[in-house]
Each structure stands twice: as C-alpha cells, then as structure tokens.
Design a protein around this ligand. Sequence first.
Ligand code: LMR
Length: 395
Amino acid sequence: MFETLKEQPADKILELIGLYKADPRAEKIDLGVGVYKNAEGVTPVMRAVKAAEKKIWEEQTTKAYTGLAGDPVYVDTMIDLVLGNSVPGDQIAAVTTPGGTGAVRQAFELTQSATPGARVFVSDPTWPNHLSILKYLGMETIPYRYFDSETGGVNFDGMIADLKAGLKPGDVVLLHGCCHNPTGANLNMVQWKEVVAVLNEKGAVPMIDIAYQGFGDGLEEDAAGTRYVAENVPELLIAASCSKNFGIYRERTGLLMAVGKDTSRRDVTQGMLAFLNRQNFSFPPDHGARVVGTILSDAELRADWKAELEDVRLGMLELRKQLAGELQRLSGSDRFAFLGEHRGMFSRLGTTPELVQKMRADSGIYMVGDSRMNIAGLNTATVPILAQAIIDAGV
Ligand code: LMR
C-alpha cells in the first residue's frame, strides 16, 4: 500500500530550519521558526521550569495514567491564566492536549462533529498549519481580509466587510488571541468589540488560538480580547499553548477549552472533549502540563516565571524598537514604523518572496517566504545587519 502514498508538501516554516543549517556562512541570521532565542541565540529552559521539574522529580511517586482530561491542577490553573474571572468555571469544559496544535486540531474536529459542513473563516494570512489541518480534515476554509501590507497594520474595514458579507449561522471564525502569527498586527479592544457584535449578529462561533500570551503587551493585556469574547458570546472554543510562554516547546503542552453560555451543555461537551482525546491518542502528555501546573499553583515559582517572561517580552520589544529606528535612519522615512507597533514574536515585513529570497542569497537572512520574521532571532548586534539587508534588497 505504501506505493500509493503521495509525497506531502514540505512545511515552509520547518523547511527553513534545514536550509539555515546547510548554509555555511558564519554571519547568517535565523529569523525562521517561532522559537524564542536569547541574545546568545539559545532557547533557554526557564528558571521556574527547572525548579518545577526538580520538585516533580523529588515528589512524584507514580507515572500511572492521569484522567483523559489530564492533570486537573494544570487544567484549572491554565483556565485561570487565560480566562481570569471572565466566565464562571462551571461553564467551561477543558482538556489537556499535545501542544496548542493538538487543541487546534481537536477544536476543528469538535466543530465537524457538532456542525457537519461548518465553514471556518480564517485571517488572510494565518498560521499555515491552520490551513493545512483544515484541508486534511476536509473542512471548507474561507479567508477574510486581515493584513494591510501598505500600512503593516490590520485592514479592519476589510475584515469586518468580509465577515458581514460571508458569515452564516454555525460558521466558525478563527481569531488569534494576541501576537498574530504571521503578521504581528493585532486587534485593539474597540475592534474586538466590533468583531464580537458581527459574530453575534450572524450567529457565528468564534475560535481563538492563543499561543503567545505574555509575549505582546503582558499576560493580562494579551488575554483581554479573549476574555471579552468569552463574556459576550454564547459559545467559544479556545486553543491555548504553553510552548512559548513557558518555553516547553518539545513537551507538547496545550489546552482546549469550550466555553458555553450556561452550565446546561457543559458535561456533554466535557465528555466530547475527553472522547476526542481518547480517539486521537488516549491520555494527553503529562510532563509539561505538570510543570505548568506546579509553577502556576506555587506563588514563588509563579512570580519567578512571570518575571522571566516579562524580561523576554521586553527584550523583544527593545529589538523591535531598535529595528524600526535603524530602518528609519537608513530609509529616511517612517514606512517601517509598523515594526515597532507590532507585538509578539513575529512581524510580517510585507515584501515579496523574491526579495525574501534575495535577502537570503545576498545577506544570509532567513525569514519565511511570506516575509515573516522571528524578532527573537535577532540581537542588538544583528539588528543593524538586518536593517541594512532590508534596504540593500530594495524593500
Ligand atoms: C511557528 O509558527 O513558527 C511556530 O508556531 C512553530 C510551528 O510549529 O510552526
């Protein structure tokens, strides 16, 4: 049967890792995959994660299965981290998933079960793997305008016009909770409110992917849009990731939440989420979830984690400002100021694949073909090199 398998297209983000490695130039700069790196180019294990792992190693007495939803301490503390007090806990069903991607996949599967034929509206652009998973599941995907490459900001009028014109009851609208991937351009609170009004008017269901909480304006600020949605719609799906804000990428630690308007469907929904886990992989991975639960439920570890995360966030913000400043100096214009306005790990430069390729060939700059740059791939010494390469390429 293997001879009938078709070759799958390479994932454009993961492909870059190999291309970068194969480049012999010492001065090359990796702005590809979304992994945080410090000024030395290292993706560190956070202090609180190390401490929690030590505590678990000392105290854990069994590796027997958890429940299908995973460790309840993790589930409860993560619900609190993402949703705060916005919705009563008995309206929320939630399960641990293998990474944020696992939560995204199962949110789509739940949608398919509940509303066969539901269409999923996605921002243009969105994380390519959203599209790939939807295609794999055979779900219809409809793009809504989102990024304005002229201004580097959100094309909000286009977004609202597309949602108003296209949405039907039961459609799902995928939104990024913060730190939009790949663009870095985000909705403000006024805009979140307007989106919610349109979704409610149309009877569409929001799904929020929140993978970078704490990387934008702060832990609470980054959750504000998600919390507003949770308070103001009848139903909401949320896929959360701990990969980035806890730096536990390879541990695969995510959470899928389903928020209802009251308690009536909560137990059935919880059962469905547990069923999806059981069908896909049975019990979710535990180590990363237990680390996160240990940190969030311990005042000292939580404070230390927050402090380190804040340093990471501010470091990326400084690099953004430095890059926008360098480009202003070199170009003599404000046309790159949006890089300082964007938030999170990524910014889309808004240039062509040809110029991205030229920067790679001429200057060893590795960004994704759609001109997405991982800001954390920079340091204060490489920012001027990137700025010069952008100008030299004629962006
Ligand atoms: C990214 O967008 O680079 C990250 O989310 C990593 C990935 O899996 O694509």
